[in-house]
Design a protein around this ligand. Sequence first.
Ligand code: UD1
Ligand code: UDP
Length: 364
Amino acid sequence: MNKAMLVFGTRPEAIKMCPLANELRSRPEDFETVVCVTGQHREMLDQVLGVFGVKPDYDLHVMRPGQTLFDITSGVMSKIKSVLADERPDVVLVHGDTTTSFAAALAAFYLQIPVGHVEAGLRTRNLYSPWPEEFNRQAVDVISSWYFAPTETSRQNLLDEAKPGDRIFVTGNTGIDALRTTVRESYSDPELGWAEGSRLILITAHRRENLGEPMHRMFRAIRRVMEERPDTKAIYPIHMNPQVRKAAHEELDGFDRLHIIDPLEVVDFHNFMARSHLILTDSGGIQEEAPSLGKPVLVMRDTTERPEGVEAGTLRLVGTEEPTIYREFSRLLDDPAEYKAMSHASNPYGDGHASERIARILAK
Ligand code: UD1
Ligand code: UDP
């Protein structure tokens, strides 16, 4: 039997690792499963753990208000050492590109414990965009022994870096696994009731490199476009980062067709996406979920590591300059042909069975 330890700490990692944790735990004959959360996020992590019913065996409680990359890296490194040394798992599974994932992988490497990277091989090849995520995922891939790549493109990225082909498995993205069960026709919510009869715009923003002036520009563009179109309403479940909240309130307060609300639980968020007309975001995970739901996304970033969604037609990169966001957002609202071209559903990121595949591979 393998002892597998999953380590994660932020909302999106939890959304994508809880299905895998539950899959491994459903196979006690193959795995002893240990879940260690770093607590890089607190409220937003706990929301997800609650939804998936995952009870961590360890919680490192690293989150501090306004934490820096130094705080997270050193916090995880120092606190995870004894957990890894006591448990001595056969494999440490980390996810994607957060600082939790990087620090946990590095700690495992220092103890010579093999690492499996879930969502391996995504690349922009620009270390500063997204920052620090591009570094994190490349570094984790240097350390890893097993690569669970979501798509053929990500597999090819790994092969281009001379990673061993027999250690790379294309599994789909575990983030799509949850979508199979969360979106329901019958779903209702008072906020969706408020927006009924209008075109619903869903907004999220949090990237570190967008904090400050880029975020102000994004919000100003969104507000200008919506003020000119009275048939639109926006819901913005806001990230808990105080810097994001400050910028959003400064630019968006006093506009009554835009509601800023607390972060939604993932089941709610998926259903809000399914009811939306279009999405404006700088998120990674939302770029993967939107194609499955056939929802156009304007990606407020200069680069994306998710070219599959751009090729599928659902995603468009619009950067963070106010005139470009203003122009592209207006065009998508005003041009029905453009909207139609971006709103057909496809599944470039998987069929919703990624966790099962990863479990089968690990069991072997
Ligand atoms: C982190 C990840 C990013 C990921 C994002 C998902 C790093 C460096 N960044 O960025 O890759 O895309 O999560 O959302 O790993 N806060 C709370 N409660 C919470 C969560 C955050 O109060 O539940 C506040 C705290 O003040 C915290 C701040 O938000 O210090 C920033 O959190 P942090 O994890 O450092 O950065 P994110 O932007 O969330
Ligand atoms: N999400 C959520 N509640 C919200 C906003 C987003 O559950 O209010 C989910 C969303 O469905 C996706 C994930 O959070 O699965 C994306 O997380 P985030 O944008 O914070 O991080 P990223 O994917 O950019 O790393």
